[in-house]
Ligand binder design. Structure first.
Ligand code: 0FX
Length: 247
């Protein structure tokens, strides 16, 4: 009988990479589908991926029951929905996480890695009922430099996630891998923690190094993250930082 695999994601780039890894790896007897969350842009996923895409709401019990009945393995590839207990306890669920567990659990790991100078990498792990906490299938670290921004570090982490998927996909699908227990609870940051660091209070007392780190952690392409409030207009003034290493 064919193994049925679901990839549930809100990250189009990683879905494309996942699809190409599946297509170029010898995986006998599998069928796979993609699902996205209700808030993701359906058209961009269905126009880009070769495979069928469906929308699944993990807060809807009927959707969860359906997944439990149909699939043997569910991969969360930057899926922004929390996997409910019923799903996690009925089906093998595997998370591809852009952080090195347990040091970088939770939201936007590279941001907190720059801010707090933690090592960072990527992890593939079984999902349990706590965020980014389950038994680890594989993990590795990336280099982190004083000139990294959130964007440059994130790009390195995502490249590592792709390498780890390629290295482990066969073992995961054939259930021939071993796991290790995460060494403690590490560090966990939520979306609220990210929102809380975006406002730079102009009278905050920090070293120049801490301020540069905060701005590097909040600089990511065109995202408007760091800001201060202009005292005259009361408007937010957004800040990002550019760093260039001497050639
Ligand atoms: O797909 P993804 O890279 O992953 C995110 C979280 O980082 C991850 O911890 C979680 N497990 C997953 C479900 O969701 O998210 P993204 O494509 O929305 O963002 C990529 C990066 O862009 C993020 O790490 C930081 C940066 N970013 C994103 C937004 C939306 C910002 O700096 N500001 C923003 O407002």
């Amino acid at each position: 009988m064919k193994k049925k695999i679901l990839i549930i994601s809100d990250n189009l780039f990683l879905c494309k990479e996942f699809e190409s890894i599946i297509e170029t790896t010898e995986l006998d007897g599998i069928e796979y589908d993609f699902s996205i969350s209700p808030f993701s842009d359906y058209d961009s996923f269905s126009d880009t991926l070769k495979n069928k895409v469906s929308v699944r709401n993990l807060k809807d019990n009927r959707h969860v029951d359906e997944i439990c009945v149909i699939y043997d393995i569910v991969f969360s590839v930057h899926c922004e929905q929390i996997f409910p207990e019923k799903l996690v306890s009925s089906v093998k669920c595997i998370n591809i996480h852009p952080g090195y567990n347990p040091l970088n659990r939770g939201w936007y790991p590279q941001v907190f890695s720059i801010l707090n100078d933690y090592p960072i990498g990527a992890t593939i792990h079984e999902i349990d009922n706590e965020l980014d906490n389950g038994p680890i299938v594989d993990r590795a670290l990336v280099n982190k430099y004083s000139w990294d921004t959130s964007q440059s570090l994130y790009n390195r982490v995502v490249a590592l996630e792709i390498d780890l998927i390629r290295k482990n996909i066969k073992k995961i699908i054939s259930n021939s891998y071993e796991t290790i227990k995460p060494d403690g609870k590490g560090n966990l940051y939520l979306k609220k923690d990210f929102n809380d660091i975006c406002e730079i209070k102009l009278d905050e007392l920090k070293t120049v190094g801490e301020t540069i780190d905060r701005l590097r952690a909040l600089t990511h392409g065109d995202y408007k993250n760091a800001f201060f409030i202009d005292s005259e207009t009361g408007k937010k003034i957004f800040i990002s930082i550019e760093l260039t290493e001497e050639s």
